[in-house]
Design a protein around this ligand. Structure first.
Ligand code: NAD
Length: 330
């Protein structure tokens, strides 16, 4: 749990074969802080938290383990709320929900909000339109060119939206079946893995891994902007400056990929898809606001996003010191 200033600390459970407990701890602390900023920048009443389970999800996952984990989450009495992340699925959330009510993103059949990935793609698309408006004075994406790295759950749904908007799309993916499926479904071109970030395009969209914007790749970028769903795209803080120095607009990942957390957040109020999608579409406005703050104050978009998040934590978080009648959260 990194922060409960704005509300319960919500963040997914990552199931990953970390080499050591130290490595797992470093990752979960970094990720939980990221959730605090993501939710605050999205204007949600949520703090930030995350959980990791050390193990190989393909071999070490079992009903018993997930239920034991659910019982652990339950002991936190709602200060931490879990959801899916790398290595966990909607079905895993159903299993965890047998032991605790502090879980969201479980399946629609079990009364949950379901897989957040298509909603994340929708939010990413809204952010893309905001970036287009900033750069080209129009939200129209037809004839714009995109290079999408990773066509998994989010990437493929995003490509679908881009193709529907008549944009030109090039893709790459390390998993041949995902690549072939997307190629056939959307009629888009493919390039080798180590080429995708070099493609001459309007927008490069990392939708696979973190750390893809680094000392080696940034000089090779051939785009006007980077807008993608992957978490922690910048390898280091310095890389935000490196991108700006190349005249490329970087839309902060934690702002543009907030659709998933917005969707699961809505489940806390009794899930309404209409309301959740309405909130997700407001990523258009939050992205515009952050780019404007960056421009007005002469700071990087990442710094502007952190500033907006910190302001909200201070202004609204402070309110919770005033106890409401019957308030059990203060
Ligand atoms: P996913 O596992 O379904 O898709 C990732 C895809 O990237 C896979 O098809 C994989 O084969 C491919 N890939 C892996 N390494 C690659 C490489 N080196 N080059 C090209 N492709 C590669 O995951 P997802 O749910 O689509 O998430 C994608 C990214 O977005 C992740 O970084 C995730 O943390 C982030 N994210 C996802 C959500 C969500 O709602 N699913 C929300 C916020 C952020």
């Amino acid at each position: 749990i990194h922060s409960t200033a704005l509300g319960p600390a919500l963040g997914g459970t990552r199931f990953y074969p970390y080499e050591s407990e130290e490595e797992a701890l470093a990752d979960v602390l970094r990720l939980s802080k990221g959730m605090t900023y993501k939710s605050a920048a999205a204007g949600l009443d949520l703090g930030g938290g995350k959980a990791v389970i050390i193990g190989d999800p393909h071999h070490d996952k079992s009903e018993r383990l997930l239920r034991a984990y659910g019982r652990m989450v339950d002991t936190l009495q709602g200060r931490y709320i879990t959801a899916e992340d790398v290595g966990t699925t909607t079905q895993d959330m159903d299993t965890i929900a047998k032991e605790t009510r502090w879980v969201v993103g479980n399946s629609v059949a079990m009364g949950g909000s379901g897989d957040p990935s298509p909603v994340t793609a929708r939010g990413l698309y809204a952010a893309t339109r905001a970036v287009a408006e900033r750069l080209w004075g129009t939200t129209d994406l037809s004839e714009r060119t995109f290079a999408v790295q990773g066509v998994g759950k989010v990437g493929s749904a995003y490509v679908q939206l881009l193709v529907e908007a008549r944009a030109k799309v090039v893709i790459a993916d390390s998993f041949p079946p995902a690549l072939e499926t997307a190629k056939e479904r959307f009629g888009v071109d493919t390039v080798p893995l180590d080429e995708i970030h070099k493609v001459e395009c309007d927008i490069f969209s990392p939708c696979a891994l973190g750390g893809v914007l680094n000392e080696e790749t940034i000089p090779e970028l051939n785009c006007k902007a980077v807008v993608g769903s992957a978490n922690n795209q910048l390898a280091t803080e310095k890389d935000a400056e490196r991108i700006a120095d190349r005249g490329i607009l970087y839309a902060p990942d934690f702002v543009v990929n907030a659709g998933g957390v917005i969707n699961v957040y809505d489940q806390l109020n009794g899930y309404s898809k209409t309301r959740a999608l309405h909130l997700v579409d407001s990523i258009f406005d939050s992205t515009k606001k952050i780019l404007k703050v960056a421009e007005d104050e002469g700071i990087l978009p990442v710094q502007a996003a952190e500033k907006v998040a910190e302001q909200r934590i201070e202004e609204i978080g402070d309110l919770r010191r005033l106890r409401r009648s019957g308030d059990d959260r203060a």
